[in-house]
Design a protein around this ligand. Structure first.
Ligand code: ADP
Ligand code: MG
Ligand code: ZN
Length: 473
């Protein structure tokens, strides 16, 4: 029996306007090689200058991940040859990364656990090789884009744990606004390191690094495949080779890309073009104040303060804007569950259909709450509220105005309801007799008839109750 051991390296593209060491724009999708300059082209003599905004984002990331921020930082050259790396080295950090020793919580098997974060360091991205029929081309627009690489300790033991960790990490990065979290476009790239060891053993087995994984589904598939592959090799008495393997989407398997290089292969050394970066304690404290409540904490608070089910709290805190919107509503009207239900269904659906975001919602918390108050005080039914919501959404009238104009006010007056009920009793003597004879389910039919007569406006709970007293022996 083997135990799976996994540590993760995640590269996140920082959402800065300009690159890590030059002023070129970082935007995605420009014509090839138009976002370049002597620095990111690696021309001789060009000198790098550190992007302060990238450092700021790295510090905020570290703080959100409970890391210690190092006051003295050093950039290092990681030397290797590849056509998308014109300098012949990548500027990264080696023995003095900006952030160290943090943790992030994940949820798996119904419990939560902390994954230790070993380090998070700043580095620059490489360009892109494009392999066409006629030959290979290189686009250096991405060269020099700031990245933060976040490395965990080997604390995870299943695909489920890794996926949960990644989702939490992505939430945090997006929440504090340092990364757009887009895995398909490569803004968030994940490389699991995976090994097996006999159950009960403390020593680590030989690991394999997995690359080319650009969705949560592939993370799961690649890890599960690799666990099976290594289990088979070890069970048959074979050995695992330390190597980098690529996930092959077509064939649903991992395949060797290269045997694993060791750190000394890269001949790391301090970049002489960049002096050590000293970070003032006051700056760190200033940035700490900008790290607001993180999604996980807010989720817990929503459970505690609003008594919401876990599912609701999860949906509502999945984006800061939605969580803010919800809280704005609750401040105006203390019915959290009614508000939550409506936001998760009608509200998100209308936004989605209109291709809008919560931030650009045409319905303010005030107008939405106005609608739900009418439901709460029985002026209209929930069904009517749902029906008129698209109009509330499309126009700028208040819910009360719409209800008046359309005559949708629910019929709750007891005298009027009794008149309806008596008419129904008179018209359906057979059903009335059945009910009196003990077939209580017939009440549904009678209520339905009364609702129909009222044009859907009668209050169904009241109608139901009045029928029961009217027909009581
Ligand atoms: P490398 O120098 O090959 O990149 P590191 O020691 O820096 O290796 O670790 C890289 C990642 O691999 C870390 O997330 C670490 O937790 C994980 N890791 C290291 N050894 C193992 C192992 N034997 N099995 C699984 N993961 C491992
Ligand atoms: Mg590695
Ligand atoms: Zn440049």
């Amino acid at each position: 029996m083997f135990e799976t051991v996994i540590g993760l390296e995640v590269h996140a593209q920082l959402q800065t306007q300009s690159k890590m060491f030059c002023g070129c724009a970082t935007e995605f999708g420009s014509p090839a090689n138009t976002r370049t300059c002597p620095v990111c082209l690696g021309l001789p003599g060009a000198l790098p200058v550190v992007n302060q905004r990238a450092v700021e984002m790295a510090i905020r990331t570290g703080l959100a991940l409970h890391c210690t921020v190092q006051s003295t930082n050093q950039f290092a050259r990681k030397n290797y040859f590849y056509p998308d790396l014109p300098k012949g080295y990548q500027i990264s950090q080696y023995d003095r990364p900006i952030c160290e020793n943090g943790w992030l919580e994940l949820q798996a098997n119904g419990t939560s656990k902390k994954v230790r974060i070993r380090r998070a360091h700043l580095e620059e991205d490489a360009g892109k090789n494009i392999h066409a029929d006629a030959g290979s081309l290189v686009d250096l627009n991405r060269a020099g884009t700031p990245l933060i690489e976040i490395v965990t300790e080997p604390d995870m033991h299943s695909a489920e744990e890794v996926v949960s960790y990644l989702k939490s990490l992505r939430d945090v990065l997006m929440y504090i606004g340092v990364c757009d979290g887009n895995m398909e476009q490569g803004s968030l790239r994940c490389e699991p390191n995976l090994s097996l060891r006999p159950v009960g053993s403390d020593a680590l087995g030989t690991k394999v690094e997995l690359k080319n994984i650009n969705s949560f589904k592939f993370v799961k598939d690649a890890i599960e495949y690799e666990i099976k592959r290594q289990t088979k090799v070890l069970s048959e008495g074979g050995t695992i080779h330390q190597e980098t393997r690529l996930w092959d989407i077509e064939r649903n398997q991992t395949a060797v890309m290269r045997s694993k290089e060791e750190a000394h292969d890269y001949r790391y050394f301090p970049d002489p073009d960049l002096v050590p970066l000293v970070i003032a304690e006051e700056w760190i404290e200033e940035l700490r104040a900008t790290i607001q409540e993180l999604p996980k904490d807010r989720h817990q608070r929503f459970l505690r303060d609003y008594g919401l089910p876990d599912y609701d709290a999860g949906v509502l805190t999945s984006s800061r804007a939605l969580a803010d919107y919800f809280e704005a509503c609750v401040t105006l009207f203390a019915e959290p569950k009614l508000i939550s239900n409506f936001l998760m269904s009608e509200f998100l659906r209308e936004l989605h259909q209109a291709g809008m975001t919560v931030e650009s919602s045409p319905v303010s918390p005030e107008r939405l709450v106005g609608l739900l108050q009418l439901v709460h005080d029985d002026t209209i039914s929930l069904k009517v509220a749902k029906e008129i919501f698209p109009e509330l959404f499309a126009g700028d009238k208040s819910a009360a105005q719409l209800v008046e104009e359309k005559g949708l006010r629910q019929l709750s007056d007891e005298g009027e309801l009794l008149a309806l009920i008596d008419a129904v009793i008179e018209q359906h003597p057979a059903q009335v007799a059945q009910y009196r004879g003990g077939k209580e389910t017939v009440i549904g039919f009678l209520v339905g008839q009364a609702m129909k007569r009222s044009g859907g406006k009668a209050n169904p709970q009241k109608v139901n109750a009045l029928f029961k007293t009217r027909l009581a022996p």
